[in-house]
Design a protein around this ligand. Structure first.
Ligand SMILES: Nc1ncnc2c1ncn2[C@@H]1O[C@H](COP(=O)(O)OP(=O)(O)O)[C@@H](O)[C@H]1O
Ligand SMILES: [Mg+2]
Length: 256
């Protein structure tokens, strides 16, 4: 199963992705987690040891690798470079693994202008395509609000995109925009996940203001998320209620 998690900044995408990663591992699945946020923090949410996090370099920052694979210096535009660079060894070579979760950080592409084609973005798109097409594990992509790492050609390999939204009008507005982008990319299956809900009124607000998306589950607001952050521990270890809620989402996804 290949899942993308998207939504407005701060709604709880990374928290949700980390909970799902552990939920899948505990059910015996292999998991490849992809951090596609320009400022990566999934490693921390997953409780990766500091030494491992420290040693990780986002793929977009690996200038020598990008130059070697694309034939072009990162940051250069136009010119000649390979549009289908070799990437199949990258997930295993440049990921870190902790408690059965393999993690790959993509990093940020510095865009020189809209619609530009640069070496980094060519490599990252090819890498995401390769991961979606070839990997046998459950793939979980923590996407940031945009969907730019997904190419048109491979976005239909995403089994489902989960759009996270808090019980706020703004995050539901962003969810509507993401729905449009994802629909343009022909991602077939989109669900809303209500996050940081503290009451039935919160759930109702999300369900009633969903931009035409089925709500596949809710993650409660829980002070244990803050404790986990401060102690560099996975939420999964500290918030039994959220574990149950993420397992319910996993069940709903795998039943489809
Ligand atoms: N279920 C939750 N309950 C309480 N706080 C949460 C919850 N989910 C996320 N948070 C808090 O919200 C902030 C953003 O969460 P994060 O998962 O990093 O969001 P995103 O990846 O969407 O930016 C963090 O400070 C986190 O501790
Ligand atoms: Mg995040």
């Amino acid at each position: 199963m290949k899942l993308a998690v998207s939504g407005k900044g701060g709604v709880g995408k990374t928290t949700l992705t980390s909970l799902l990663a552990y939920a899948f591992v505990s059910r015996g699945y292999g998991v490849l987690a992809i951090d596609a946020d320009p400022s990566p923090c999934l490693a921390d949410a997953l409780g990766f040891p500091k030494e491992l996090v420290h040693d990780m370099v986002p793929i977009a920052k690996m200038d020598a690798l990008i130059a070697e694979r694309t034939g072009a210096k990162p940051g250069t535009y136009g010119g000649m470079f390979k549009m289908n660079p070799k990437v199949d060894d990258i997930p295993d070579r440049f990921s870190a693994t902790h408690r059965g979760i393999k993690l790959l950080e993509l990093g940020a592409v510095e865009h020189g202008g809209s619609g530009c084609i640069c070496a980094e973005s060519v490599l990252l798109k090819q890498l995401v395509s390769q991961v979606l097409l070839q990997r046998n594990e459950v793939v979980l992509m923590d996407m940031y609000a945009g969907v730019e790492h997904l190419g048109r050609a491979t976005s239909d390999m995403v089994d489902a995109m989960l759009i996270a939204a808090e019980p706020t009008a703004r995050s539901l507005g962003t969810a509507a925009q993401i729905k449009q982008l994802a629909t343009d990319l022909r991602i077939q299956t989109l669900y809303l996940v209500g996050t940081k809900v503290a009451s039935q009124a919160d759930r109702d607000f999300i369900a009633e203001n969903s931009p035409g998306l089925q709500v596949i589950g809710y993650i409660s607001a829980d002070p244990a998320v803050l404790v986990a952050d401060r102690e560099h521990k996975p939420v999964y270890d500290l918030a039994p209620k959220l574990v149950k809620e993420s397992e319910a989402i996993l069940d709903a996804l795998t039943k489809k």
